[in-house]
Design a binder for this molecule. Sequence first.
Ligand code: GP9
Ligand code: MN
Length: 685
Amino acid sequence: MGSVLNKIRNVLNTKNGFFVLLMVCFWIKTYWAYQTKFNLGVTGGVQEAILILNPLPMGLLLFGIALYFRGKKSYWIMMIIDLVASLWLFANMLYYREFSDFLSLGIIKSSGSVSNNLGLSIMEIIQPSDFLVFLDVIVIAALLIFKVLKIDKRKTNFKIAGIVTLLAVVLFAVDFSASEKNRSQLLTRTFDNNYIVKYLGINFYAGYNAYQTYKESSTRANASSNDLKSVLAYLKKNRATSNVSYFGKAKGKNVFIFHLESFQQFLINYKVDGKEVTPNINKFYSDSNTLSFDNFFNQVGQGKTSDAETMLENSLFGLPSGSVMTQYGTSNTFQALPAILDQRGYTTAAFHGDVGSFWNRDNTYKSWGYKYFFDDDYYKQKTDYSVGYGLKDKIFLKQAANYIQQLPQPFYAKLITVTNHYPYELDKQNQSIPKTTTGDKTVDGYVQTAHYLDQAFGEFISYLKKTGLYNNSMIVVYGDHYGISNNHKKAIAQLLGKKSVTSYDLAMFQKVPFMIHMNGLKGGINHTYGGEIDVMPTLEDLLGINSSNMIQLGNDLLSKDRNQTVAFRDGDFVSPTYTKVGSKVYDSSGNLIKTLTSEQKEQVDTMQSHTDKVLSLSDKIITGDLLRFYTPSGFKKVNKSQYSYKYSDGIKNLKEDQKKKTSLIEENGGKSTADLFKTDAPELK
Ligand code: GP9
Ligand code: MN
């Protein structure tokens, strides 16, 4: 026995042995924290394996630095790295408990507000077991101080140091490729900090975040108010005038933004086996009080839903890569629609059945001026309540109604559905329409989840009708982006009843619904060409908000003198006359124009330069954070620190808000309208 202990001690008295000891402790405690302190949503064997592996590469790389040094210095380096890594873990544990998200340098740097909030309650949220992350550091330091372990003073073995570094790189490559396979575009799209930690580890996340923040803040630092000149000059020349016959028609009304996940225009009136896929949405689409746009395109890039949200509520584009919300949502200045309405007496609220950290909504919505964000913490959860990214739409909307009725009116409420999301899976009990039969597995379930979404929409609309909200609200419904990507050309052709599809067809396939319903509104199908970038000016027009001094790159869809060139994020465009995809130009009937006449070329060039211009201006505004230099008259800069989306705070605020006596529930004599929400969701039976 004694000799075994001695042997162990001898090993630990070598630098390499000591290194292994630290590494193992670091590995175990990081994994322990993953499992007990965070909620990373690990599902399946591959993700489990990745989670076990992921502390190793960065650990080897960091601790391995010490192996290039000799004697005491090397031990110091290891201990300091261990301490810093432990502090980082510790800080994240606390932050996560409060915000269900990981710390980012942007948060630490920019919003003293958030850290203040944390500072106040730090004593309340700390748990004794949190300190366990320091246990190994303390014990090992003591072993060194009391000379139980001796310092190995032998010469540095660069070969071993090199091998450890190499091993770190190889393991990282393994981790990264397994992760990409499991969840592609992890770093280019950066959906959620939780994902980066789950796949690549909390220390990789730290480095990655630091690098991003550095890159972003240097562009920001180099920007000045001078850069705004080109933006303002462009707007002065290109702003469309609002339409007098619509201006202010929805003034003072409640506003609903109903987000149809991955919902494409082709689904409208689409049938499978003679059965309408989306009967409720179809009815809404052709209602005489609904303004429906049939040449409305999604314009998202990699940021998908988040790009759609950015365009809809800011009239600014997403980025060429990544997402405005994740990269700039926390730190930039915005003049978003919720903030504008908040300053006009509206109650603003976003609803979504996924974790608040996805797309960095939990931080971005504060910058956009949302008072409430009802994320998944606000809804009752059971194992069969969720599929894919979050709560099933019917269950989500039923529970959302409970909060909607508590919002003081007028309110602005955005509801983001999620069941109709790739890979379009739905449990048997919720399937009520046959799949399509293209033979493409990722495509054929699409109509089924779309049908489910349509039923959920129908249930929600009936609730609005029963409560009277239908009559005093402007209900905006839109599809955020394509559901079937261009990788499925064969299946798309089959769905559209064509032999094959051209690039033109695929461009047209990017149409999504955009509908505005309001009692008394002169409805009908409007054929103007537009896209998500144009929503905000359109809504401002209807709400009677003069946006002529705002920095918004879209134009009012109701305006008579608008530019109808619709820019796609990749620089292609569509318009009533020409559609450009890559180097190909098509005419309005979808025929490829092989050689352009000089007149045609001039027209196409004008459209191209318009497209390039709006995209580059938008990038300049976002990456330079230019709105910080410009506050439109009548607009107050958003103070993020006044918002908290923590469940207990949200509930407290709702209670406080009832004093205004203008919520639906107050109007109903304090009686809940929850019973009026009828759903056939089998899970709730
Ligand atoms: C997740 C949801 C999906 O919260 O909004 O985003 P998407 O993958 O469509 O961009
Ligand atoms: Mn989406």
